[in-house]
Design a protein around this ligand. Structure first.
Ligand SMILES: CC(C)(COP(=O)(O)OP(=O)(O)OC[C@H]1O[C@@H](n2cnc3c(N)ncnc32)[C@H](O)[C@@H]1OP(=O)(O)O)[C@@H](O)C(=O)NCCC(=O)NCCS
Length: 170
């Protein structure tokens, strides 16, 4: 039986290759180049989080960045959890842990895009936004016809916030 014990930590460049393979296994995510994953795990490590199992294997990952013109915002690029570790709130824990790590640095908003019909993703973000008591606005960021030449569904932008995390001493 799969263990429920995962270690959450900041990504390192040596996670890049394993991340590439994890994303490949996590349909419907778009796979990226290994080079892109290496950059996510190095230049963008501060805005990402990795989860490893008891054997040290990479089983979960959130990649993200701060849009240069909105430094108070974490843009979540991809969320991936290995199929054998799903249904254990791992994605939810990773996203909340990442948010908690970044809140002292001024992050007050989370943005992401979701393809309509990705119920797992819609539910995950709805739970996290509710936990943060964050109001949510939705709009189409990239449209099927205008940006994808009809080859990819719309990407709907969810922008949640502002939220304020309270720490035990605040
Ligand atoms: C989406 C994904 C990251 C969820 O990972 P997970 O660790 O299983 O998610 P969690 O256990 O934290 O679940 C969070 C919430 O979403 C719900 N959820 C998760 N998967 C679901 C599914 N397939 N259908 C409906 N609800 C789902 C959970 O029930 C939970 O809600 P709850 O608190 O009401 O029970 C994982 O399924 C995955 O990697 N999918 C493929 C890639 C993908 O679609 N990524 C998201 C787009 S960036």
């Amino acid at each position: 039986m799969e263990s429920d014990i995962f270690t959450l930590r900041k990504p390192e460049a040596t996670d890049g290759f394993a991340l590439n393979k994890l994303v490949e296994r996590c349909s419907p995510l778009d796979p990226n180049s290994i080079y892109c994953n290496l950059l996510q795990c190095s230049h963008f490590a501060d805005t990402g989080i990795a989860a490893e199992d008891e054997d040290g294997d990479l089983v979960g990952f959130i990649s993200g960045y701060r849009p240069p013109e909105r430094p108070d915002t974490l843009f979540v690029w991809q969320v991936a959890v290995d199929s054998r570790c799903r249904g254990k709130k791992l994605a939810q824990k990773m996203l909340l842990a990442l948010t908690e790590r970044l809140a002292p640095e001024g992050i007050q908003y989370i943005e992401t895009t979701i393809t309509p019909g990705n119920v797992a993703s819609e539910t995950l973000f709805a739970r996290v936004f509710a936990a943060l008591s964050a109001p949510v606005e939705r709009s189409v960021l990239f449209s099927r016809d205008e940006h994808f030449d009809g080859l990819h569904d719309d990407e709907v932008l969810y922008r949640a916030g502002p939220f304020k995390l309270t720490t035990p001493n605040s």
